[in-house]
Design a protein around this ligand. Sequence first.
Ligand code: HAM
Length: 423
Amino acid sequence: MTVKAPRGTQDILPDRTPAWERVEGAFREVLERYGFGEIRTPVFEHTELFLRGVGESTDIVQKEMYTFTDRKGRSLTLRPEGTASVARAFVEHKLYAGPRPWKVYYLGPMFRYERPQAGRYRQHQQIGAELLGADSPAADFEMISLFTRLLAAVGLTGVRALVNSVGDAACRPAYTEALRAYLREHLDALCPDCVRRVEMNPLRVLDCKVEGCRTVAAGIPSIQDHLCADCRAHQERVLALLREAGIEVAVDDRLVRGLDYYTRTVFEIQHGGLGAQNAVGGGGRYDRLVEEVGGPATPGVGFSTGVERILLALEAEGVPLPGVRPPEVSVVTAGGDREREAALLLAHRLRGRLRVEVDILDRSLGNQMKAANRSGARAVVIVGEGELASKQWTVKDMVSGEQAAVPDADLEKHLFDMSRDQA
Ligand code: HAM
């Protein structure tokens, strides 16, 4: 029996969850401001969805999926990403017949069998947003501006946004051919994966991190020079809107991203504090995906980001993150069984509205006081014989050291005022 979580996975212990909740909470608030509703899709899907959606030539499908057969022999896959599932749900529930655009966000674990390193895990937590049913540059603008606003909302500043266009059915085939012709002349300098990519999906070579491939990629013809008039106009409009809004982006003609469903706009947001895995998040337009998974032609655009990487980037910037919230009150007791019972009942009552600790280990008063001190509670309520007799509680302010006798009826208000002071 190994007492260890599987490689590439991690436990988020209670002292870390507040930081996660801060990020998730800030995202939810902004996403709702932009009119996105939350969707929750299954963690596993039919394998075919990702083969068709994400694309058979991608690294994700070729090397990274957690695929298994269930007891009835069906092939299922732990989702490596969320966009294909969103498109599947859109088709399954016939949402194409409803109002447009359809705007949803999701938050949950994704699974990829990758070599773990800083910022790269086999289970990671994504927050993503998708907008279906609009093909306008305005939709791309909405998503990119939303993305930058989300990152600003969690306090991230050192980000760099990159944009490119990967063309569409009108111009990409010619570009792909030009690329293939170029790459065929450099086959001996490419890694074995890229040699295969030349025939399957040469755009992938632009993404390869192997040194030799990067050298070859540096001389590759630029997709920006091969865009058709419609794709060019679309990109120019998106860039103009971003410029108007004061959102800084750079056009990077090498940005292709690792998923097959993109058409036209792709974008990525990077952060200098992340090392090799420098993408905080990315996304793009996918005008063929809904059709690909069996629905009527419906354009879409979206992005997603990894919570682990956001936290790493925030830490790199030194942004303070919340930890565990201390109890507001610690109830301690000096007496015997009667006082201990009264302390338990008092804690039960106060927990209707306050964060309260109480001893359940029969500790001595001294040890209860030590625990109260360690816990960071602002107020300690002492339950002793005298307090029970007088119906007045002794409340100690752990910051000033002052003690007060508080009548039972005033106790909640008194403690509230103290905890407000603490906050
Ligand atoms: P992606 O670029 O593959 O895009 O992943 C999005 C983000 O998820 C990455 O930028 C990164 O922050 C995080 N991420 C991905 N893989 C890992 C990993 N192994 N460990 C830690 N974090 C990771 C997508 O998944 C697309 N579905 C984005 C999209 C939405 N495009 C359109 N709509």
